[in-house]
Each structure stands twice: as structure tokens, then as C-alpha cells.
Design a protein around this ligand. Structure first.
Ligand code: 13P
Length: 229
């Protein structure tokens, strides 16, 4: 299983350092075959030591250059960061990243040998139209995306389940993951209101290879409750 923590715009450099130190001490509690990945905000990126991977929540598809406000390969490599989240619904919806921009980022970081956690997810109005509408919406998010990469992980995060406390049901996760797995042969995470009280039923679903967690990952204690569930 893969347990990924997306801090989003939470935690500072100081609180992230404390978190990483506490997390490192507890990595002996996870199963050897499980993986932990943490995505702190850009200002808190560093070369943290521990049995976990540190990734970037976002970056610009260039090595360095005249891109005011952005983070490139040079800045990530300073900390040995080779893992990135691409396509998160908050970047699509709030930051206005189009599928074209996302595909360009994807191709760039793929060509640079990065491990990519590629996020997809449908809004509520699409979910309410039924399985076929969900399938065609989600598959459209693979436009321009090479899904054969060895270092690719996909995260299915229904937008209506993110930060709402309303996770998708086991049936919704199961049928959506089954549909996605018939098109892509890579590890598939579920994300959206994953909490200590629903982790067991979620990771038991066939086709779930791990979770991408926002709110419940912000405290080491609650994140570890997921990892050790
Ligand atoms: P929550 O776990 O807070 O719902 O966030 C999910 C998410 O968007 C992770 O990327």
C-alpha cells in the first residue's frame, strides 16, 4: 500500500520539520512493503531523512529560468526531490490548469525521470449522471498523458469527496477503480475524506493500492493511524 500525505497550503517550514522528525521515528511501525510519501508546501521542501519519500505538490515544467514565482527542477534537485503531484483538482479548478497545461507538465517531469502521482476526479454533477458519465469524464483526464510509465501512480479523487468529510462509498470506489484498472495498469490510489474511521474499509477494496490524504495527514498521529490500520 502507498500512503501519501498532501499538506496542501498547510504547515510551515518549522512545523513540517517537526512533523518529519516525528514521522521518521515512527516508520518502524509500518509494514516493510508499504510506502509513505509526503507532499509539504514548496517553502517547506528540504532533504528530510526517514523511511519515506518527499515530493513536490507542484512545479513548473522547466529546469530554471525567467518564470517568476515558480519552482523548477534546479530547486527540487537541491533537496533530491524526484516525486511530484500533477493534475490535482484544486490546481485544475482553482488555479485554472487546463488538461493541455497538465499534459505538458506531465510530459516534462516524465522526461526528467520523476515519479508522478497523477490525480483525476469528477465533480458532483458528473457523478450524479451515473457510471458512464463518470467514466468518460475521468478518461478524458488522460488526454496527452502517457499511462505506461513505470514511475506512474494514479490517484482517483472525486472532487465532491475532497475536504467534505463525505468519502465515496466502498461501492463507488470499487466500481470506479475497476473501470480505471481496465484502462491503466499502474498503482491506483483513492483520495477524498480518507480518515482513521474509514481507512480499513477503503484499503480493503479490490483495486485500491493506497490512499492520498489531505486533512487526516496533517497530524502525525492521525496519519500514522492510517498507515498502521
Ligand atoms: P482530504 O483528505 O482533506 O479530503 O483531501 C484529499 C485530497 O485532496 C488529497 O490530495
Amino acid at each position: 500500500m502507498i500512503f501519501a500525505a498532501n499538506f496542501k497550503m498547510n504547515h510551515t517550514r518549522a512545523t513540517t520539520a517537526d512533523y518529519m522528525q516525528a514521522l521518521a521515528k515512527r516508520m518502524g511501525e509500518k509494514r516493510v512493503e508499504d510506502r509513505v510519501v509526503v507532499f509539504p508546501p514548496a517553502t517547506a521542501l528540504d532533504s528530510y531523512k526517514g523511511d519515506f519519500t518527499v515530493g513536490a505538490q507542484n512545479a513548473y515544467p522547466a529546469t530554471s529560468g525567467a518564470y517568476t514565482g515558480e519552482t523548477g527542477i534546479v530547486q527540487l534537485e537541491e533537496f533530491g526531490i524526484k516525486t511530484i503531484l500533477i493534475g490535482h483538482s484544486e490546481r485544475r479548478e482553482i488555479l485554472g490548469e487546463s488538461q493541455e497545461v497538465i499534459a505538458e507538465k506531465f510530459q516534462f517531469f516524465l522526461s526528467q525521470g520523476f515519479e508522478i502521482i497523477y490525480c483525476i476526479g469528477e465533480p458532483l454533477e458528473v457523478r450524479e449522471q451515473g457510471d458512464e458519465a463518470v467514466a468518460s469524464y475521468l478518461l478524458a483526464q488522460f488526454e496527452g498523458i502517457d499511462t505506461h510509465g513505470e514511475k506512474l501512480i494514479v490517484a482517483y479523487e472525486p472532487i465532491w469527496a475532497i475536504g467534505t468529510g463525505r468519502s465515496a462509498t466502498v461501492e463507488e470506489i470499487s466500481s470506479t477503480h475497476k473501470m480505471l484498472k481496465s484502462h491503466i495498469n499502474v498503482p491506483l490510489l483513492y483520495g477524498g475524506s480518507v480518515k482513521p474511521n474509514n481507512i480499513q474499509e477503503i484499503i480493503a477494496v479490490d483495486g485500491v493500492d493506497g490512499v492520498l490524504v489531505g486533512g487526516a495527514s496533517l497530524e502525525v498521529e492521525s496519519f500514522m493511524a492510517l498507515v498502521t490500520a
